[in-house]
Design a binder for this molecule. Structure first.
Ligand SMILES: Cc1cc2nc3c(=O)[nH]c(=O)nc-3n(C[C@H](O)[C@H](O)[C@H](O)COP(=O)(O)OP(=O)(O)OC[C@H]3O[C@@H](n4cnc5c(N)ncnc54)[C@H](O)[C@@H]3O)c2cc1C
Ligand code: FES
Ligand code: FES
Length: 489
């Protein structure tokens, strides 16, 4: 099926209008094959390398919001009504105003610092740095640069000169995007919620109506899981229902001691909200994929996808989160651990969507601990072999409350109820922790796969509980998460 209404977006100061774009066409294919923007490269085709990074602009609460994203796994239609920049545009977009024959400071700095050899990764680095440059006018520290580049791999230059360039670019004569001009141009593109086979509703009731009318349509949010079904499994979708423009699903709200995160809130924004209440989650949040994936991917997509090695679910289980499923018939809520019925299977009915993730906010009670541990082969931008999240409240040296979520240990994200029982009411002591670690190792039967053997997973589960014990005893140096904040020199 093809579209009747065109896909429209702002590119180089002009509205591009394209008809007959298939609902499952990727943005990268559209750029390279239809628009001949071949500066944007295809490396992995699965969101891992960053060679395909482009920047999107959309109106946000603080004006124009720029985000680096992976075009290889993003659907082309998802950029309808947005502004788009590729590597070619930095010296040609009139809203940037770089003089003829000149380079944008990002590009010039990479040249000056010898930060490119084969150059294949470079367009992606340029685009991640362009978004960063626009949002960080002063001299950035190297950790902030590393976070901005967490989704970009370079296999031959080495990162030190690239990080040098990211600092050097702020010393060059500045070039700033005319954000108001972009916003004005975007305001002239009226969003069309139904463009043939691509359904992109703006309101919740409209989403629910379309969901009920088209139960076979593929639901997508940020497409960071679904995109791989297209590029790697060559799946085709005749009709797509995109939830990311639904206003109610994009909000983070706080009321009555609870936090409500809309399912279509990006991972980056959702984790920022979580870190606002639980600052101890910063290191864990930064290890979820790389920034371009966190910019596109949503919290609801992570939960609905239901991968047993997904990172948010163990955390949400430990935090006592509930999922709110909504249809035209009404809504129902359930704890995260009750949502899953089997490997990547869940309780969503054919006419329902996941709308909200609700969590109780932390209280002022003393003795509260929250730790989320991710064990993966690579520190940055990697999927967990094991994930363990523990929320604990100690009172008079006893375990008053505990909830534990685990990933990588079963066919679904799981709650470690037997281990919780082994801890609840017990004295918080080495003997209790040793006993609970034994129970935790016995509670699950993980599998062996390319990420880890079953024996390793079982062993490491217990070790993580021991790590929590040591941290509660003030052994901060045991926190391996801090390794990720070491600078590249
Ligand atoms: C390079 C890379 C690194 C990654 N690293 C991590 C990582 O470190 N940790 C991790 O947990 N995951 C990781 N992922 C997986 C992925 O980014 C997450 O699962 C992400 O949260 C998916 O969200 P999305 O919005 O992109 O979902 P999509 O891909 O759009 O959708 C995923 C599934 O959820 C369904 N869905 C989405 N929204 C809704 C809704 N509102 N209601 C009902 N169904 C819905 C879709 O139909 C689909 O089945 C990584 C992916 C990539 C490509
Ligand atoms: S091509 Fe590797 S992230 Fe897109
Ligand atoms: S310059 Fe060759 S991969 Fe980065």
């Amino acid at each position: 099926m093809t579209d009747t209404l065109p896909l429209r977006f702002l590119h180089r100061g002009q509205v591009v209008s394209l008809s007959n774009v298939a609902p499952d066409r990727t943005l990268l294919d559209l750029l390279r094959e239809d628009l001949s923007c071949k500066g944007t490269k295809e490396g992995c085709g699965e969101g891992d390398c960053g060679a395909c990074t482009v920047v999107l602009g959309q109106p946000g609460p603080q004006g124009l919001q720029l985000q680096a994203i992976n075009s290889c796994i993003r659907l082309a239609h998802s950029v309808d009504g947005l502004a788009l920049w590729t590597v070619e545009d930095l010296s040609t977009d009139p809203n940037l105003g770089v003089g003829a024959g000149q380079l944008h400071p990002v590009q010039q700095a990479l040249v000056d610092c010898h930060a490119s050899q084969c150059g294949f990764c470079t367009p992606g680095f340029v685009m991640s740095l362009f978004a960063f440059y626009e949002d960080h006018p002063g001299m950035p520290d190297r950790q902030a640069i590393q976070r901005a580049l967490s989704g970009n791999l370079c296999r031959c230059t080495g990162y030190r000169p690239i990080v040098d360039a990211a600092q050097h670019m702020t010393e060059l004569p500045p070039v700033r995007l005319d954000r108001q001009a972009v916003l004005d141009a975007l305001s002239r593109i009226r969003p069309e919620p139904v463009r043939g086979a691509y359904l992109q509703p703006l309101e919740l009731t409209e989403l629910l109506r379309l969901r009920a009318e088209h139960p076979q349509a593929q639901i997508v949010a940020g497409c960071t899981d679904v995109g791989l079904w297209v590029t790697k499994q060559h799946k085709r979708f005749a009709q797509v229902l995109d939830v990311t423009r639904v206003a109610q699903l994009r909000q983070v709200r706080q009321a009555g001691g609870r936090l409500r995160i809309g399912a279509a809130v990006s991972l980056e924004e959702a984790y920022q909200a979580l870190c606002g209440h639980w600052p101890e989650l910063h290191a864990f949040a930064a290890r979820f994929a790389g920034l371009p994936v966190r910019n596109s991917g949503t919290l609801g997509g992570n939960v609905a996808n239901g991968s047993p090695i997904g990172d948010s679910m163990p955390l949400l289980i430990a935090l006592g989160a509930e999922l709110v499923l909504v249809s035209l018939r009404g809504e129902r809520a359930m704890p995260v651990e009750d949502f899953y019925t089997g490997y990547r299977q869940n309780r969503l009915a054919a006419d329902e969507v996941l709308a909200f993730i609700d969590l109780p906010l932390p209280t002022a009670a003393a003795g509260q601990w929250l730790r989320a541990y991710k064990i993966s082969k690579r520190y940055d931008d990697d999927i967990s072999a094991v994930c363990l999240a523990v929320a604990l409240r100690l009172e008079d040296d006893r375990v008053a409350e505990v909830s534990i979520g685990a990933g990588g240990v079963a066919a679904t994200p799981a709650r470690a109820r037997r281990t919780e029982d082994a801890l609840r009411g017990q004295r918080w002591s080495p003997a209790t922790v040793e006993q609970a670690a034994r129970v935790l190792r016995e509670e699950f039967s993980p599998i062996s796969d390319m990420r880890a053997s079953a024996a390793y997973r079982t062993q490491v589960l217990g070790q993580l509980l021991q790590r929590l014990w040591l941290q509660t005893q003030g052994h901060a140096q045991i926190n391996l998460e801090s390794l990720g904040s070491q600078e590249l020199t």
